[in-house]
Design a protein around this ligand. Structure first.
Ligand code: MRU
Length: 344
C-alpha cells in the first residue's frame, strides 16, 4: 500500500489521516492532547471500529503523558477521566471500550507514574500490532470463501482506513486478489457521510481493483439483475448470538441479499464481538447530528426546520448472516453462542 498509515505513534504524538478530507486531500494530523483525540473520534476524522479502538488507546497514553505532577492519586484520576471521555465519544463500536479497558487493566495495581506510562504505551502499540496481524488472518480465512472469479458488494468502509492499515471486509478482498482471484466490487455510497464513496472506492482504486460505485438505493436493482455474487461488510459490534451492528443501511442490504439468495459475510476481529451482549437488542445505537443529513458537507438538502432521525448504525439479525469471518476462523450460522464457540 502506497500511503501513510491510518494511525501511528511517533515522537510522543499520534499521527493520523484526516478521513473527513478524503478523497480530496490526504492530510496527516499530529495530535498531542487526548481531548483532541476524543474530538477526532467524535467527528469521524478517524473512524471504523478497530481504528477508533487504536485511537482511544493512544489517547489514553497521551493523557498519561500530559500529566505534569507526581501525585499518583491525581495521575490516576486524570487517566480515569480521560478514559471516560474517550469511551463516551462513540457508543456502538465495542472496540473503543475494549481497547481502553485493556490498557486500564494492564496498569491496575501499579503505583509508579513512569512505569504506568510505559505500560500504557506498550499495550497501545500491541493493540495496533495485533490489528495488523488479525486483519491479515481474516483476509486469508475470508478469501477462501470467495470463488476464483466473483463480484461483491460492500457498504461503508471496512478497509485499511477503518483499521490499523489493511482492513476487515476489504482485507478479505485484498487478500483474495493477492492470491490471484478475479474480484470486482460494487460499493454503496453510504449516506449520509459517504464512507463508501469517499473512502472505500479510494482504497479499492489504489489497490487496482475494478470498482463500481452505486447509491445506496441501487443495491436491490443490481442484485435483481444478477450482478452480485456475495456481500461483505465489517461490524462495529457483534452480539454473542451473532447479531451484527454495522453502518446504517447494512440491515437493508442483508434483507436484500437473503431475498436474492446471495451469501452475506461479516468480517471482524474477535475484539468486535461483545460476548457480554446477548443479542442485538442490547447494542447501543449512536444517533448523529441531524445536520449531517440536512446539510451534508455543508450543502442544505432539506428545508430549514425539517425533523430528522439519524441512527449511525443498525442491527442485522444473525439469521441473515451467512458467516462471520474472524481472526480465529470462520463461524457459520446457527451461531447460538459465540462465547461457547470461541472462548471455550
Ligand atoms: O461511522 P463509521 O464510519 O465509524 O462506521 C464504520 C462502520 O460501520 C464499519 O463498517 C465498521 O466499523 C467496520 S470497520 C472495519
Amino acid at each position: 500500500m502506497n500511503r501513510p498509515p491510518t494511525i501511528e505513534w511517533k515522537d510522543e504524538k499520534v499521527f493520523m489521516i484526516d478521513q473527513t478530507l478524503l478523497p480530496g486531500e490526504l492530510k496527516i494530523l499530529e495530535i498531542a492532547d487526548h481531548r483532541l483525540i476524543a474530538e477526532a473520534i467524535q467527528s469521524l476524522t478517524i473512524r471504523g471500529a478497530p481504528a477508533i479502538g487504536i485511537a482511544g488507546a493512544y489517547g489514553l497514553v497521551l493523557a498519561a503523558n500530559q500529566y505534569g505532577g507526581n501525585d499518583i492519586d491525581e495521575f490516576t484520576a486524570q487517566i480515569q477521566d480521560a478514559a471516560k471521555l474517550l469511551v463516551s465519544t462513540r457508543p456502538t463500536a465495542v472496540n473503543l471500550g475494549w481497547a481502553i479497558a485493556k490498557l486500564l487493566n494492564k496498569v491496575k495495581e501499579k503505583n509508579d507514574i513512569n512505569e504506568i506510562r510505559s505500560l500504557l504505551l506498550a499495550e497501545a502499540n500491541s493493540i495496533l500490532e495485533e490489528d495488523y496481524i488479525s486483519c491479515r488472518k481474516m483476509g486469508r480465512y475470508g478469501a477462501s470463501l470467495l470463488p476464483e472469479s466473483a463480484t461483491g458488494l460492500t457498504h461503508c468502509n471496512a478497509g485499511g482506513l477503518a483499521t490499523g492499515n489493511y482492513g476487515t471486509a476489504l482485507g478479505v478482498i485484498f487478500s483474495a486478489v493477492e492470491s490471484g482471484k478475479n474480484i470486482k466490487m460494487y460499493v454503496d455510497e453510504t449516506r449520509p457521510l459517504l464512507q463508501g464513496a469517499r473512502l472505500t472506492t479510494w482504497e479499492l482504486q489504489q489497490a487496482d481493483i475494478d470498482t463500481i460505485l452505486i447509491t445506496d438505493n441501487m443495491a436491490g436493482h443490481v442484485m435483481a439483475n444478477g450482478n452480485i455474487d456475495f456481500v461483505i461488510v465489517g461490524a462495529d459490534r457483534i452480539a454473542d448470538n451473532g447479531d451484527v451492528a454495522n453502518k446504517i443501511g447494512t440491515y437493508s442490504i442483508a434483507v436484500l441479499a437473503d431475498y436474492h439468495k446471495i451469501p452475506f459475510y461479516v468480517a471482524a476481529p474477535v475484539s468486535t464481538i461483545d460476548f457480554d451482549t446477548k443479542t442485538g437488542d442490547d447494542i447501543p445505537i449512536e444517533e448523529r447530528d441531524p445536520l449531517e443529513v440536512t446539510h451534508g458537507f455543508g450543502i442544505p438538502t432539506a428545508p430549514d426546520g425539517t425533523k430528522v432521525y439519524s441512527p449511525a448504525f443498525d442491527v442485522t439479525p444473525n439469521s441473515l448472516v451467512t458467516s462471520i469471518i474472524t481472526d480465529r476462523g470462520i463461524f457459520t450460522a446457527p451461531y447460538k453462542s459465540l462465547r461457547d464457540k470461541i472462548l471455550d
